[in-house]
Write a protein that binds this ligand. Structure first.
Ligand code: DC
Length: 232
C-alpha cells in the first residue's frame, strides 16, 4: 500500500467502458480508499424507473420520476464472500440487473434529468466529505468534486471499448452482438457529451489517460508516477 502524506479525493471521469471502474477499484485498493461507482447510482435510478413503469419505449415519465426521487435510497454494501461492493436500492440488491443492456439503453436518458443529477450529486458529495475516496463517473472532476486533489480523464478507442464491453457481457452470460454493443457505446458517448446538464468533459486540471494500448499493470505504474509527482 502507498503511504500518502494527506487524505485525497481522486476523481476519475471518462467515456463508457474504458475501464474506469476497474482502474478506480485498483487505485482504491492500493490506497486503502473507499471506491464509489457513481454510474451505478444513475443505473439504480434507471432500474427504479423501469420497475415502476416510468419508462415506455425509451421515453421517461420525468415528472412522475421527480416526485418519487425522495423515496429512492441508494447505498453500497460489501459482499462478505466476493469482497466486492454491491449496489442496493431501497434495501434490495440490484447489482445484477443494473448491468443489463436494457438498463444501459435507458440510463443516458435518465442521466439527462436535472433533478436526478442534483439528488445524486448531493449524495456523492456527502460520501466524499471525509476524503479518502476514489469516485468514477462523468462529472466528478467538473461538478461533484471540482476541488478534487487528483483528476484523471480516461479514454480509449471505440473499437477497444466495444471489445472490452462485449467480453464483459459474454462473461456474465448476457447475450448481445458486437454491433449492438458498439452502437450503444457510441450513442451513450454522444448523449453524455452533448447533454445540457453536466456533460462529460475533461476538467481543465485533469490529466488524460488513454489506455487503448495499456495493460492494467501499466496503468497502475502510470498512476504511481502521478502520485509521486503530486507528493513531491
Ligand atoms: O459508468 P457507467 O457506464 O456505469 O454509467 C452509466 C451512465 O450513467 C452513463 O451512460 C452516463 C451516466 N453517468 C453520468 O451521467 N454521470 C456520472 N457521474 C456517472 C454516470
Amino acid at each position: 500500500m502507498i503511504q500518502l502524506k494527506q487524505p485525497l479525493v481522486i476523481a476519475l471521469d471518462g467515456h463508457s467502458s474504458c475501464g474506469k471502474s476497474s482502474f478506480a477499484k485498483a487505485i482504491a485498493s492500493e490506497l486503502g480508499y473507499l471506491y464509489i461507482d457513481s454510474g451505478a447510482m444513475y443505473r439504480a435510478v434507471t432500474w427504479y424507473a423501469m420497475q415502476n413503469g416510468l419508462i415506455t419505449n425509451g421515453k421517461v415519465d420525468v415528472s412522475s420520476l421527480i416526485t418519487k426521487l425522495s423515496s429512492i435510497d441508494i447505498d453500497f454494501r460489501l459482499n462478505s464472500e466476493s469482497l466486492k461492493y454491491e449496489t442496493f436500492l431501497n434495501e434490495e440488491n440490484i447489482e445484477g440487473p443494473i448491468r443489463s443492456l436494457e438498463v444501459s439503453r435507458n440510463v443516458s436518458e435518465i442521466s439527462t434529468i436535472k433533478e436526478v443529477r442534483e439528488r445524486l450529486v448531493a449524495l456523492q458529495q456527502k460520501m466524499g466529505e471525509k476524503k479518502n475516496i476514489v469516485m468514477d463517473g462523468r462529472d466528478i472532476g467538473t461538478v461533484v468534486f471540482p476541488k478534487a486533489d487528483i483528476k484523471i480523464f480516461m479514454t480509449a478507442s471505440l473499437e477497444v471499448r466495444t471489445q472490452r464491453r462485449f467480453d464483459e457481457l459474454k462473461a456474465k452470460g448476457i447475450a448481445a452482438s458486437a454491433k449492438e454493443v458498439c452502437e450503444n457505446l457510441a450513442r451513450r458517448d454522444y448523449i453524455d457529451q452533448n447533454r445540457e446538464e453536466s456533460p462529460l468533459a475533461k476538467a481543465d486540471d485533469a490529466i488524460i489517460l488513454d489506455n487503448s494500448d495499456m495493460t492494467p499493470h501499466q496503468q497502475m505504474e502510470w498512476f504511481f508516477k502521478i502520485i509521486e509527482k503530486y507528493q513531491s
